[in-house]
Design a protein around this ligand. Structure first.
Ligand code: GRF
Length: 190
């Protein structure tokens, strides 16, 4: 069994979508949800899915020791960041080399980096007059949004789009592709 942990800071709709996708899979599944926000809606989703979820502080995250202990306790093999806002600390990167992936709601290398999350990304895409946006699934390294790209899918930016309408279109791509990409990565890592 390959065990996945998801890190999320907010709503967690991707976390729920991924957990549901693997629900009846006998080879892999989402075993743990971790967040840096105690009031993040992802905890409600975790409860509904009967997946344990915990909150940590930024200091605990940067230190890494306790978090790596929890990950080991739950026998986590692979980490997925889905709407997670902190930069992954070195102890966690070192504990899971090549086994941490993130999804970014735009076509990297454009519109990424520190402070580029949520609607800020979509607004930047609109302000730049892009005709396309999309999703980027990439490995995590010590820099924001700079790890090697695994997968991208694009969608049109429509006339009259605002950050909300564009976000909804990008979310559809995330729901469609992210679980499949994770599944094929897990097969590769076996
Ligand atoms: C997603 O668009 C993801 O790409 C970005 O943050 C958003 C999180 O949405 N990093 P949700 O919490 O999964 O609903």
């Amino acid at each position: 069994m390959t065990n996945i942990a998801i890190f999320a800071s907010g709503s967690g709709s991707n976390a729920e979508n991924i957990a549901t996708y693997f629900k009846d899979n006998s080879e892999c599944g989402v075993k743990l949800i971790l967040s840096n926000k105690i009031d993040a809606f992802v905890h409600e989703r975790a409860k509904k899915l009967c997946i344990p979820s915990f909150t940590f502080t930024k200091a605990e995250f940067d230190d890494g020791v306790e978090i790596v202990e929890i990950l080991r306790e739950y026998e986590i093999d692979f980490i997925v960041l889905a709407g997670f806002l902190l930069k992954v600390s070195k102890p966690i990167l070192d504990a899971y080399p090549g086994r941490i992936v993130n999804i970014h709601p735009a076509l990297l290398p454009k519109h990424g980096g520190k402070g580029m999350y949520g609607d800020r990304v979509h607004q930047a895409v609109l302000d730049a007059g892009e005709t396309e946006s999309g999703i980027t699934i990439h490995y995590i390294n010590e820099h924001y949004d700079e790890g090697s790209i695994i997968f991208q899918a694009s969608c049109n930016v429509e006339t009259g789009d605002n950050a909300e309408t564009l976000a909804a279109r990008v979310h559809e791509l995330e729901y469609l592709h992210f679980p499949h990409v994770i599944e094929s990565l897990l097969k590769e890592h076996k």
